[in-house]
Design a protein around this ligand. Structure first.
Ligand SMILES: NC(=O)C1=CN([C@@H]2O[C@H](COP(=O)(O)OP(=O)(O)OC[C@H]3O[C@@H](n4cnc5c(N)ncnc54)[C@H](OP(=O)(O)O)[C@@H]3O)[C@@H](O)[C@H]2O)C=CC1
Ligand SMILES: O=C1O[C@H](COP(=O)(O)O)[C@@H](O)[C@H](O)[C@H]1O
Length: 499
């Protein structure tokens, strides 16, 4: 579908007074508006319990946009499309009022009955809201009715199944858009283009030429004010079950026969299915965990000192793991992943390490081993690609020197890079579900992660095991050392910005 073909639609936002709406959703809608993607008509109804009115809500939306960008053209026209309805999600009467307002706005803005129901609320409400939307007639229009839901989708496979069954009572799978915001990131979407639009890589994309793949997503922040949620989640469920495994599946999948959403999904699901399953006995061979402790020199608290965290908490704030695929393409190639809070760097990168050449004809002046070729995909904060090669050292017949070929989204490109949420909201409006997670992917990733979570629940860890603002527990390095590898240092891999 072309960018210009965004249909007119009413967005009904549950959780309109919340943090996600303020920080991500309103600024993203404004960016879509400024780029002209909402020209065919739009209106937004925000709902939450707070007794706000349209004016208070519009001021709130305006403020959130102003805080996120220095460009504010036509902001008053933009916010004039926003309406607020105080609403308790478990109260039937609220839905009658919502239906009346929706029908009025549908007519006023000629929205053709198209509706996007965006649930930016705690997951325990998802089932109730979906039920009411159907039983109280909000889905009963001639246009589309799509349900956009935030993570977490359950906290294990049984709860995810239950939640799925609940929302499927009211919505078909094709109308359910499960958000994984990593799939909206420009360079995550670029993984497919790098693989399938270059003659150079796809022939090498297998166990004959690749020795291992490393994905790192590190954060400098701690849990901040989300201790309550994080205690029930930990890094495994917060980051690995969704974002990390999604990136793994895009790297491991077979080429799809087209870029249609169902074709890509089919290949991702096949990749998930070929991940080697773990057992309670093998978990510790493949996965390790960590929890940050205090860093007194830098006055950083440990995880156990954070608000709403149990002082004896066994929750992991760091995970490193090795994922093996039992299929022809990847047999023997480890995919290493690691993610953690309170690390020294905010950075997400993928490193594809190629195998060494079979025989070395050159040497390095410092007697070091020649470095392997690396393809580095910089997801954030910088966006780009770097290819690490070896070239002849000028003036020396037999010596090589490492060189980098870099492409970085910079200047105009980076300013035009859509925010992940902007892209995903736009996709949901256009009915493109490629970058949303299908139930099959969710259920397979929970099956994989549940075994690890269960093993860890049953065994107390020697936490804390890394000080805040350091690179994680020793066990993470050992995981690779036992296979003869090491984590490529993040700072060494920084992309050179070419303007
Ligand atoms: N914040 C973030 O960065 C991210 C959040 N998410 C997910 O997004 C969702 C929302 O998160 P977040 O915005 O942080 O949460 P908040 O706690 O900030 O917001 C929750 C919202 O729900 C409303 N609410 C709570 N109870 C009811 C009720 N009974 N009836 C109607 N409205 C109610 C609250 O408004 P009121 O009190 O006025 O009723 C508020 O608007 C969660 O699923 C979270 O996991 C995902 C990724 C990142
Ligand atoms: O979903 C989540 O992601 C963020 C990290 O996202 P990023 O885009 O900043 O990399 C993480 O902080 C949060 O705990 C988790 O819920």
């Amino acid at each position: 579908m072309k960018q210009s073909e965004t249909p007119s639609a009413l967005t009904i936002l549950f959780g309109a007074t919340g943090d996600l709406a303020k920080r991500k959703l309103y600024p993203s809608l404004y960016r879509l508006y400024r780029k002209g993607h909402l020209e065919s008509g739009f209106a937004v109804i925000g709902t939450a319990r707070r007794p706000w009115d349209n004016d208070v809500f519009r001021e709130h939306v305006k403020k959130s946009v102003m805080e996120s960008t220095s460009v504010h053209d036509k902001i008053d026209d933009f916010v004039s499309h926003f309406y607020y309805l105080p609403h308790d999600v478990s109260d039937s009467e609220s839905y009658a009022a919502l239906r009346t307002l929706s029908n009025e706005l549908d007519e006023q803005y000629s929205l053709n009955g198209n509706r996007l129901f965006y649930l930016a609320m705690a997951p325990e409400f998802f089932g109730t809201i979906a039920d009411h939307l159907k039983s109280d007639g909000l889905t009963d229009t001639n246009g589309f009715g799509r349900l956009v839901i935030e993570k977490p989708f359950g906290h294990d496979l049984p709860s995810a199944k239950e939640l799925n069954a609940q929302i499927r009572r009211s919505f078909d799978e094709k109308d359910i858009y499960r958000i994984d915001h990593y799939l909206g990131k420009e360079m995550v979407q670029n993984i497919e283009a790098i693989r399938f639009a270059n003659a150079l890589f796809e022939p090498l994309w297998n166990n004959r030429y690749i020795s291992n793949i490393q994905i790192t997503s590190s954060e400098t922040l701690g849990v901040e004010e989300r201790g309550g949620y994080y205690e029930t989640s930990g890094a495994l469920k917060d980051m690995v079950q969704n974002h990390m495994l999604q990136m793994v599946s895009l790297l491991a999948m077979e080429p799809p026969i087209s870029l249609q959403d169902e074709e890509i999904r089919r290949e991702k699901v096949r990749a998930f299915r070929s991940m080697r399953p773990l057992t309670p006995e093998t978990v510790s061979d493949y996965f390790v965990r960590g929890q940050y402790g205090p860093n007194e020199e830098e006055a950083l608290p440990g995880y156990r000192e954070e608000t709403n965290v149990n002082p004896e908490s066994n929750t992991e704030t760091y995970v490193a793991g090795k994922i093996m695929f039992d299929n022809f393409r990847w047999a023997g190639v480890p995919f290493y992943i690691r993610t953690g809070k309170r690390m020294p760097l905010k950075s997400t990168k993928i490193v594809v390490q190629f195998k060494d050449i079979p025989m070395n004809l050159y040497y390095r002046p410092d007697d070091k081993e020649m470095e392997p070729n690396l393809l580095v995909i910089h997801i954030q904060p910088e966006e780009g690609i770097t290819l690490h090669l070896n070239a002849k050292r000028a003036g020396h017949q037999l010596q090589t020197t490492p060189v980098k070929l870099s492409y970085a989204n910079s200047g105009v490109d980076i300013m035009n890079t859509p925010e992940a949420y902007e892209k995903l909201i736009h996709d949901a409006m256009r009915g493109d579900s490629t970058n949303f997670t299908h139930w099959d992917e969710v259920s397979l990733s929970w099956s994989f992660v549940d075994v690890i979570a269960e093993a860890w629940r049953n065994e107390k860890a020697p936490f804390p095991n890394y000080p805040a603002n350091t690179k994680g527990p020793k066990a993470s390095d050992e995981l690779l050392e036992q296979d003869g590898f090491f984590w490529w240092p993040m700072n060494m891999l920084d992309v050179d910005i070419c303007n």
